[in-house]
Every structure is written in C-alpha cells, then in structure tokens.
Design a protein around this ligand. Structure first.
Ligand code: TRP
Ligand code: ZN
Length: 478
C-alpha cells in the first residue's frame, strides 16, 4: 500500500460509511564578488533541487497556444519577481521543452540548461530588492514526470484521448512552465490559453475573458490569491460548464464531461453547503471560486488544484469533494513549508473530511470511524507521519495518522479550544506557509498548555501513541 496513494483506499472505506452517495533599473553598485548566482534549490529535504534561491516571484503570466491533437504547446511565461540577493544570474525550474528566447527587463539574456535547471544571465546584474521581469519563450510537447516513488500518477501535463489535464503535486509544474517550483514561493497567476474549437479551457481562479478568433478561442483565467506552483492546472477538452447558485459569494463552476453532467451535478450539489460548513468552522473560504473538473475517465486519484480540483471519474464522490475542498484552507491557503511535512496537508484534509461527515451524522459516527483507523494503523506498523521520505509521501500514515494528530489534539484540549486552534492557525498562516513547528507552537499558545511532547510523539514517534483521555474540563459536545 505504501507506494500508492492512500486516498484511493480511503475513498473505498468512506463510500462504505456514507449514507449519501515594471522594468526596474539594475544597479550595479556592488563590487563584483558581492553578486551571487542565486541557488538551484531551496534545500527541500526530499526534493533538494526544487525551487531556487535569490528571488521571490510575485506574478506569473502563462500565455500558451495549445494543439490538443498533437499535444504541443507554444508560447511564453512572464515572471515578475523581486531579487532577494544581488544577482549576476539565477535559475528557474523547467524540464523538457525547447527554450527559444529569454529576456530580462526586455533585454535578451544568456541562458543555459542542465536537467531541470534553466540558468539565466541577464546583461546587467540585478541589485537586491529590485523588481525584474523575465520572459521565457518556449515550445514543444510536455513530458510528465514518472517517479518510481509516486507510481500512481505521471506528474505534470498529461494528455489522454482528447483531454489535457495538469496534476503536478509535488514536482510536475516544471513540465509545462518555468517557475520557482517550491511551495515556499507562492505567487498570483494569469493563465491565457488558446485552443481550437470546440475545446474548452478551464484553469485556476476566475474566467476573466474569452476571445473568439473563429476557429480558435483564447481563455484568460486569473488567480488573484497566492498559489503554490504544484496547484496550478489547466484542463482542456469538451467539457460543459455547470454553475451552481451560491449563498456566500463564492463562484461555483464545475467542468463535467457532457455525458455525465446530470449525474455529477447531483453528486456535487452539496458543494455550497460544504463551503459554508468549513467557512463557519475555520474562517472564510480563501478564494473567489471553486468547482470540480471531472475527467471522462478514471484516474484513481483526485488533486486539490487551486479552485479547480481534478477528479478521476471513479473518484467523483461527495467524500472526496469534501477532502479536496478542505485542502483549500489547509494545503492551498496555508501551505506546507517543505515536502517532508506533507502530513500538514493530508492529515488536515482527511480529518476535515471526517468533520463534514460528523456534521451530517454525529459525533459517535466520527468516533467509531476514527477508532477503526486507529486499529488499522496499530496493526500495520507504518512510519510516523512526520518521518516520511520520497517513498511514502502519500501513504496511509500521512493521511490517517496525520488525521489522528488532529483528533488527538481535539480529545486532549476539548472541542472549544480545538476549534479556536483551527481558526487561529488558519488566520495566522493563510496566504503563506506553515511548518510542523508552527503547528505545535500554536497549539501550545491557544491551549495555554505545553503540548510539545504530546504532539511530537503523535507526529514523529514510530510507536502509535495511546488514544488520549477525553478532556475533563471540556467534555465532548454534540
Ligand atoms: N493531494 C492529493 C489528495 O488529495 C493526492 C495526490 C498527491 C495527487 N500527488 C498527486 C493526486 C498527484 C494527483 C496527482 O490527497
Ligand atoms: Zn489530500
């Protein structure tokens, strides 16, 4: 099981439980040896080459023309960034494709390629804290990443039949656009994609403009809140767009295969109610829009791509929708600080998915479900959720013992403080990243107790800790 994705198995269990089916001037004031080359990675413990040091991206504009039948892309990505070091050169992550030209602040720049690193040398160095714009012009057929450790998916740009979809977690964004490909550098995005009729393009955020050129059409999508690169997506195919009434001002738009649209509209009809439920519990939904992009074929996974999660036809269920929606608070708005802390994404989404079920079915339903997972975990001898490596990033321990970290915290401090913890954690780290240490420090702060040892044993100890006694001062409500 540990080589595959736990969510698939989780869904099976859940289904059984469910009753419901500016160009800035460069300022070469520093002496020569003060200029740096940036760094070709940000030091992620699992993926050391992901991301780059020396600059901070603010906005990406990805403009591509896509030939769906040939699976070819052609265009440019423009990246507005701030130098955080004086830079003589810097790197972007891009794998495959042919780079035709690079400019920095409008002037042609020298570039070289080596694996996933695209190294750019501007004609004049960039002083620390200047804003600069890099435009990379490129073309080719994207090749998704096959990683033996994550064998349930090809990460990045995928084409199947006449559908294109992008599922990148953790590394795949670099298969279709150059970026600072690490969750610590979140940015806003404009995605402008041109395709042949009758294909439809969906992407992250809000559809701002559609331009009809006769046989071709350009779709401009805007993601106005910060987004990690692994959450960017584009979906192209013959989809129907279904909009749902919303009570909260969040635009709900789903993209479904026409032949399944009626059935899927029913399944996803609770989306508005779920957004309201999580909003009440945690804090206001962080983005302008939400909706599912369901593929016309099974995939064995779903992914929380920001505002437009992707579902294989086999996983288009209410339970998985709750999971992907919950990621929008935890994962997307509050993002993991490095990939070895993946439990912060998956543990939260898994537990919050259960809280939706608790909301529907009551506390005892939740407790008996959690006990079943506890027994399963204790019979399995899995690594602790905070001790993962590339092989078990998306394993049962990350999802289920990750969820148990939160349940254990709730049992220990009581419902009231647990709820306050969720709200404070979200409010404090929204639009940025959080680490396990941030999580523990905040639990201590909100509870006014020292929970460090307790939480560390749930997160890091090989042995599964005992189920905590329910807090006496805060009896379980419901
Ligand atoms: N984060 C996904 C979830 O909701 C699982 C996942 C990890 C995934 N990597 C992926 C899905 C790559 C699709 C592609 O649990
Ligand atoms: Zn998840």
């Amino acid at each position: 099981m540990h080589r595959s994705i736990w969510l698939v198995w989780l869904t099976i269990v859940l289904v059984a439980c469910q009753p419901i089916a500016v160009p800035a001037p460069s300022a070469p004031a520093a002496t020569l040896d003060e200029w740096s080359e940036g760094t070709p990675g940000v030091g992620d413990p699992i993926f050391p080459l992901l991301g780059n040091g020396g600059y901070d991206v603010q906005h990406y504009t990805i403009e591509l023309s896509v030939d769906v039948m040939r699976n070819e892309i052609m265009g440019a990505t423009s990246i507005r960034a701030e130098a955080t070091l004086p830079l003589r050169s810097f790197t972007l992550d891009l794998l495959g494709l042919t780079v035709e030209k690079v400019t920095v602040n409008g002037a042609p720049a020298h570039f070289t390629r080596d694996g996933q690193e695209l190294t750019i040398v501007p004609i004049a160095p960039l002083a620390a804290s200047v804003l600069f714009t890099t435009v990379v012009t490129y073309a080719g057929t994207p090749t998704p990443i096959r990683d033996a450790h994550l064998d349930f998916v090809e990460q990045g740009w995928n084409r199947r039949d006449d559908v294109i979809f992008v599922v990148s977690e953790p590394q795949g964004a670099m298969t279709w656009y150059p970026s600072n490909n690490h969750p610590t550098d979140k940015a806003t995005y404009t995605l402008r994609i041109t395709v042949d009729e009758p294909y439809v393009v969906a992407a992250n955020g809000v559809l701002r403009e559609e331009i009809d050129h006769g046989a071709r059409r350009t779709y401009t999508w805007e993601m106005a809140q910060p987004m990690a690169s692994y959450l960017t997506t584009v979906v192209i195919g013959e989809f129907v767009r279904i909009t749902e009434a919303t009570s909260l001002g969040v635009e709900i738009r789903h993209y479904f295969p026409p032949q399944d649209a009626d059935r899927l509209t029913q399944i996803f009809a609770t989306t508005d109610e779920m957004i309201a439920f999580y909003g009440d519990l945690i804090g206001e939904y962080p983005f302008d829009a939400y909706g599912a992009a369901v593929m016309p074929f099974p995939l064995g996974f779903a992914l929380e791509t920001q505002t437009l999660p992707i579902f294989g036809l086999d996983l288009a269920t209410e339970g998985v929708n709750a999971h992907e929606l919950a990621h929008h608070w935890f994962g997307n708005a509050v993002t993991l600080a490095s990939w070895d802390q993946i439990w912060l994404n998956e543990g939260f989404a898994t537990y919050l998915q259960r809280l939706w079920l608790e909301h529907k079915l009551g506390r005892e339903f939740l407790e008996s479900g959690m006990r079943r997972y506890y027994e399963m975990l204790s019979a399995m001898k899995t690594p602790a959720p905070g001790m993962v490596d590339a092989q078990n990033l998306f394993s049962i321990s990350v999802y289920e013992r990750g969820a148990w970290v939160l349940h254990a915290l709730r049992l220990r401090v009581g419902d009231e403080l647990f709820r306050q913890f969720l709200r404070t954690y979200y409010a404090r780290f929204k639009d940025g990243v959080a680490s396990t240490e941030d999580f523990i420090a905040l639990a201590n702060e909100v509870s006014k107790q020292n929970l460090t040892g307790f939480l560390r044993s749930w997160i890091y100890d090989e042995t599964l800790p005992p189920i905590p006694e329910v807090s006496q001062s805060f009896p379980a409500s419901d």
